[in-house]
Design a protein. Structure first.
Length: 526
RNA sequence: GGCCCCUUCGACUAGCGGUUUAGGUCACCACCCUUUCAAGGUGGCGGCACGGGUUCGAAUCCCGUAGGGGUCACCA
C-alpha cells in the first residue's frame, strides 16, 4: 500500500511555522515509505480567506524544499486541490448522508442557537447543540429547503456510548458520544465545514496517514463517525505535539507571542535547511542522536515511533544557533555567498570580483548567525566612506604615529599578500616594542570605522593596497583636523557634519547604482 | 468548568526494568586560544512533578494527585 500524507493549510495569512512543521513530518513519513505528499488548500472559510495567502504558502513550501507531489499548482490525479473548487463533490456526499438518514437539515438561526446556549448555561448544562432539528420531519425539511429557507446540514451522532479510535502515537483514545452532538457538516452558504471536507478529501485523495496537530484530537471522533457513515475504512491518525510559545505556561504557538511567519524568518536571513533541521528536532530525534541532519537524512531514518509528545517550545536562540551552524560549517562557502549576495545588493553594496565576495564572506562567516548579519557587518568592505565616531577618533589619535609609519611602510610593500603584510606588521610591532593591540586597534578602526572586525591582516589583504592606503590617509587627516575636545557643542557639530557627508556620499552612490540598472536585484523577497 | 492529551536540567531531547554516580545540544558561567569581536577548545551549573503500588530491582510498568496544554463555532 502506498503511503499518502497531506497538509491542508488554510489560506488565511502568512505561511505559518506550524504548517512547515506539520509539513515536514508529513513529507518525511510519506517519503520514508516511498509514498506521496499532498498539499490541499482548505479555503472553505470565506470570512477569513486571503487571496495572497495561497500563493505565499505554496512559495514557502518550495523555498523549504518540501515540494508536494500534488497541489493546486502542480495538479494531480485526484484534484482539484482547492476545496472551494470541490463544492459539487461535497454536495453529492452530503446528499448521500441525507438520503440515508445519517444527516439532516437544521433550520435554527444564529440567534436561536445563541438563545439555546444561554439557556443551557443558565441551567448549568454544558453548551452544545441539543439535536432539536432531528425532530423536524424529513418531508418538512425538504419542503423548507426547496423554499430556499437558510439551513445547515448536521451529522446524526450517537447519544450514548463512545467513539474510539487509535492514535498511532498515543494509543487508544475514547471520547463519549455525548461530547459530540450533531456537528454541522455543510454550512448555510453551501460550503462544507472542515470535518466533512477533510474526510471526503482525504478519502478521495487516497490519504492513508493523517498526521496533524494535537489540537485536532477532540474532533477526531467526528471524523471517525463520518468515515463510518460513508462506510469507509479509517486512515491512520497521528497527532503531533503542538509547538509552544516561550511563555511561562507554554501555550500553543501564536502570532501574538511569537513570530510565526516563515516568510519573516526567511527575510531575517534564516536558511531553510536550518529551519527544517530545527523543526526536525522538535518532538523527533535521530536514532543515532545526531542533531544536525538534512531533510533527506530525516527521511532515511524516519519513523513515527521516535516522536516524543511533550509540547516543544519554539526557541529562537536555538533556531539562530542552527542557522549559524549552517552558515559557517554545514553549507559550502560559495553557497553561503550565493545566498548572501542578493541581500548585500539590496543593501546597496556592490562588487566586481566574485572572489572579493567570497573573501568577505569567508572572514565574516564565524561571526554571523543569519544572512542579514552579513549586510550589517560588511559595510566597510563595500563602502569607502567610513564614519569615525568619537570613540573611533580617540582610538585613531592614540595610534597616530603607528598609522603614519604603517601607511609609509605599506605603501612600499611590493607583494601585497597575506604573508607579506603579516610579516611587515609584526616586524613593525616588534621594532616599536609595543603590544600588538596598540598598533592593530588604530589600524582596524582606520580601515573599518569599528572596533570589532575580523583579523586586521585579513582586512588589509582583502581591501587591497589602494583602499588601505587611502583609508589610513583619511584617518590621519581626521586626526589632524581636530581632536575631539571638551567642547560638546563643537563635538556635536563635527559629528553632524561628518554624518551628513557620509550620508551624501551614500546617496550619491546609491543613485549611481540605480541608474546603472538594478535588474539583478532579488533581495526584496516577499 | 466538562472532556481529551501531555509531564526527564531554564529550553530541545536520549533513555523504551538492571550497561545510569541519568547522556547530548542550546542558553548561562569560568578558563584556554587571541590584535578586537566572534568562532573554536576545555570545564562547570542544572533535571527524572509528587504520592502510592508492581518487581530482587523503576526515569522506564500500573493507579492516584498536582501541574501544564488542547478542545468545547455555520474557524480551520
Amino acid at each position: 500500500m502506498t503511503v499518502v500524507t497531506r497538509i491542508a493549510p488554510s489560506p488565511t495569512g502568512d505561511p505559518h511555522v506550524g504548517t512547515a512543521y506539520i509539513g515536514l513530518f508529513n513529507y518525511a513519513l510519506a517519503k520514508s515509505h516511498g509514498g506521496r505528499f499532498i498539499l490541499r488548500v482548505e479555503d472553505t472559510d470565506r470570512e477569513r480567506y486571503d487571496p495572497a495567502s495561497e500563493e505565499s504558502i505554496l512559495d514557502t513550501m518550495t523555498w523549504l524544499g518540501l515540494e508536494p507531489d500534488e497541489s493546486p499548482r502542480r495538479g494531480g490525479s485526484n484534484g482539484p486541490y482547492r476545496q472551494s473548487e470541490r463544492l459539487a463533490i461535497y454536495r453529492e456526499h452530503v446528499d448521500r448522508l441525507l438520503d440515508q438518514g445519517k444527516a439532516y437539515r437544521a433550520f435554527e438561526t444564529a440567534a436561536e442557537l445563541d438563545e439555546m446556549r444561554r439557556e443551557q448555561k443558565r441551567r448549568g448544562q454544558d453548551p452544545g447543540y441539543d439535536a432539536r432539528g432531528r425532530a423536524v420531519p424529513v418531508d418538512e425539511q425538504q419542503r423548507r429547503a426547496a423554499a430556499w429557507e437558510p439551513h445547515v446540514v448536521r451529522l446524526v451522532t450517537p447519544e450514548r456510548g463512545s467513539t474510539d479510535f487509535a492514535d498511532q502515537l498515543r494509543g487508544p483514545i475514547s471520547i463519549a458520544n455525548k461530547e459530540i452532538r450533531d456537528p454541522v457538516i455543510l454550512k448555510s452558504d453551501g460550503f462544507p465545514t472542515y470535518h466533512l471536507a477533510n474526510v471526503v478529501d482525504d478519502r478521495l485523495m487516497e490519504v492513508t496517514h493523517v498526521v496533524r496537530a494535537e489540537e485536532w484530537i477532540t474532533s477526531t471522533p467526528i471524523h471517525v463517525l463520518l468515515y463510518r457513515a460513508f462506510d469507509w475504512p479509517l486512515p491512520v491518525f497521528a497527532h503531533m505535539p503542538l509547538l509552544r510559545n516561550p511563555d511561562k505556561n507554554k501555550t500553543k504557538i501564536s502570532k501574538r507571542k511569537l513570530d510565526t511567519s516563515v516568510d519573516s524568518y526567511r527575510n531575517q536571513g534564516i536558511v531553510p535547511e536550518a529551519l527544517l533541521n530545527f523543526l526536525g528536532n522538535m518532538g523527533w530525534s535521530m536514532p543515532d542522536g545526531r542533531e544536525f541532519f538534512s531533510v533527506d537524512d530525516m527521511v532515511a531514518m524516519f519513523s513515527l515511533e521516535r516522536i516524543s509528545l511533550g509540547g516543544p517550545v519554539f526557541d529562537l536562540k536555538k533556531l539562530r544557533h542552527f542557522n549559524a551552524k549552517y552558515l559557517r560549517e554545514l553549507l559550502p562557502l560559495d553557497e553561503v555567498a550565493r545566498r548572501a549576495a542578493p541581500l548585500l545588493r539590496a543593501g546597496g553594496y556592490d562588487w566586481t570580483e566574485e572572489d572579493y565576495l567570497l573573501d568577505v564572506i569567508d572572514v565574516l562567516q564565524p561571526r554571523v548567525e543569519t544572512l542579514t548579519d552579513f549586510v550589517e557587518q560588511s559595510g566597510y568592505f563595500f563602502d569607502d566612506s567610513i564614519f569615525y565616531d568619537e570613540d573611533a577618533r580617540k582610538r585613531l589619535a592614540a595610534g597616530q604615529s603607528y598609522l603614519e609609519d604603517l601607511e609609509r611602510e605599506l605603501s612600499m610593500l611590493e607583494f601585497f599578500d597575506y604573508d607579506s603584510i603579516d610579516e611587515l606588521v609584526h616586524d613593525y610591532v616588534q621594532e616599536q616594542s609595543v603590544g600588538l593591540g596598540k598598533v592593530m586597534m588604530p589600524l582596524r578602526v582606520a580601515l573599518s570605522g569599528r572596533s570589532n572586525t575580523p583579523s586586521v591582516i585579513d582586512l588589509i589583504t582583502i581591501l587591497g593596497k589602494q583602499t588601505v592606503l587611502a583609508r589610513i590617509g583619511r584617518a590621519i587627516q581626521v586626526i589632524n583636523s581636530g581632536l575631539p575636545d571638551d567642547n560638546p557643542q563643537k563635538k556635536a557639530q563635527q559629528e553632524a557634519q561628518e554624518k551628513a557627508r557620509v550620508k551624501a556620499e551614500n546617496e550619491a552612490r546609491s543613485r549611481q547604482k540605480h541608474a546603472q540598472g538594478d535588474s539583478q536585484k532579488t533581495g526584496a523577497s516577499s
